[in-house]
Design a protein around this ligand. Structure first.
Ligand SMILES: NC(=O)c1ccc[n+]([C@@H]2O[C@H](COP(=O)([O-])OP(=O)(O)OC[C@H]3O[C@@H](n4cnc5c(N)ncnc54)[C@H](OP(=O)(O)O)[C@@H]3O)[C@@H](O)[C@H]2O)c1
Length: 273
């Protein structure tokens, strides 16, 4: 019997944004290996179809893909239409899509920030909104939001990125309170550095000290996060060093915190300072 013949016909799906590469692809592999059907939304690419076929063959689950630019205003409505038209029932939503940045704030064009905030903040919020009714009906369900350890700190050269993640932290925590008893669990994961692509690997190679030592690979991050999500943890800080760093930072005065953070990141030429 082929993997396709043994396909999991349970009609529930996990929907993962940006699920075709980086951390999103690791979540897709991890969930598929545990028998979850997948809906993957990612930038339009000709490899999307063969990507979903490979997942189906490897894991015997159903995998559908939707090519969509998540920085576009109509993206959440397109997802809603796709889900409704096909009658997909979603019990896990992973809001993984996110655009990072490491550059002096004024060096990037306004259009970059529009896109970054559309993907990281605006559409993450609206996708959650348009899928909430579906998640409620398919419960018990999970919403897993990608925060970042950086979202707890002030980090030069990552100013809009860490601000967008601070929004995700706050959004997740308040939504969790509001949805108590609804059958939907809201989980926030806040990784430190993850070697998810050549760019993040390069940025991580420029880090120093703790930030560099606490780096995870996407596969380990996905495995640990999914394990802990199903154990009903609400805020997941993967990696012992990251957890200790966050706890310790709560007792440190802000000026000392910025000093430590600044030392973790190799600085280019910030106004010659
Ligand atoms: N890597 C880290 O160190 C780290 C640490 C903490 C948190 N995170 C968070 O984890 C999440 C995933 O990060 P990652 O490192 O895996 O990033 P990545 O390797 O850069 O992957 C980003 C994903 O987002 C997709 N994407 C980018 N712009 C998009 C758009 N306009 N519409 C649709 N999809 C778009 C990319 O699609 P394509 O593959 O088609 O380009 C890719 O699948 C993000 O939310 C990030 O902030 C990452």
């Amino acid at each position: 019997m082929t993997a396709l013949q043994t396909m999991n016909t349970d009609s529930k799906f996990a929907l993962i944004t940006a699920g075709s590469s980086g951390i999103g692809a690791a979540f897709a592999e991890e969930l598929a290996s545990r028998g979850h059907n997948l809906l993957i939304v990612a930038l339009p690419d000709e490899i999307l179809h063969s990507y979903s076929e490979k997942i189906q063959e490897r894991h015997g689950v159903i995998c559908h893909t939707l090519g969509l630019d998540l920085s576009e205003e109509n993206a959440p409505a397109e997802i809603e239409k796709w889900v409704t038209t096909n009658g997909f029932s979603i019990n896990i939503l992973i809001n993984n899509a996110g655009i990072g940045s490491k550059e002096i704030f004024e060096n990037l064009p306004p259009e970059f920030y529009r896109k970054q905030l559309m993907v990281n903040v605006v559409n993450t919020t609206i996708i959650t909104r348009v899928l909430l009714g579906n998640l409620k009906k398919s419960g018990p369900s999970y919403i897993l939001n990608m925060g970042s350890l950086g979202g707890f700190f002030c980090i030069p050269e990552k100013v809009s990125y860490v601000a967008s993640k601070a929004f995700i932290h706050s959004f997740s925590n308040s939504l969790r309170c509001e949805l108590k008893g609804s059958g939907i669990k809201v989980v926030l994961v806040c990784p430190g550095g993850v070697t998810s692509n050549p760019n993040s690997t390069q940025i991580i190679s420029e880090m120093k000290g703790l930030a560099r030592k606490s780096v995870l690979n996407p596969e380990k991050l996905a495995r640990v996060t999914i394990d802990r999500m199903f154990r009903n943890e609400t805020t997941i800080i993967p990696g012992l060093l990251n957890q200790s760093f966050l706890h310790a930072s709560r007792f440190v005065p802000p000026f000392l915190k910025s000093l430590v953070i600044n030392r973790q990141f190799e600085r280019k030429s910030r106004y010659g300072a």
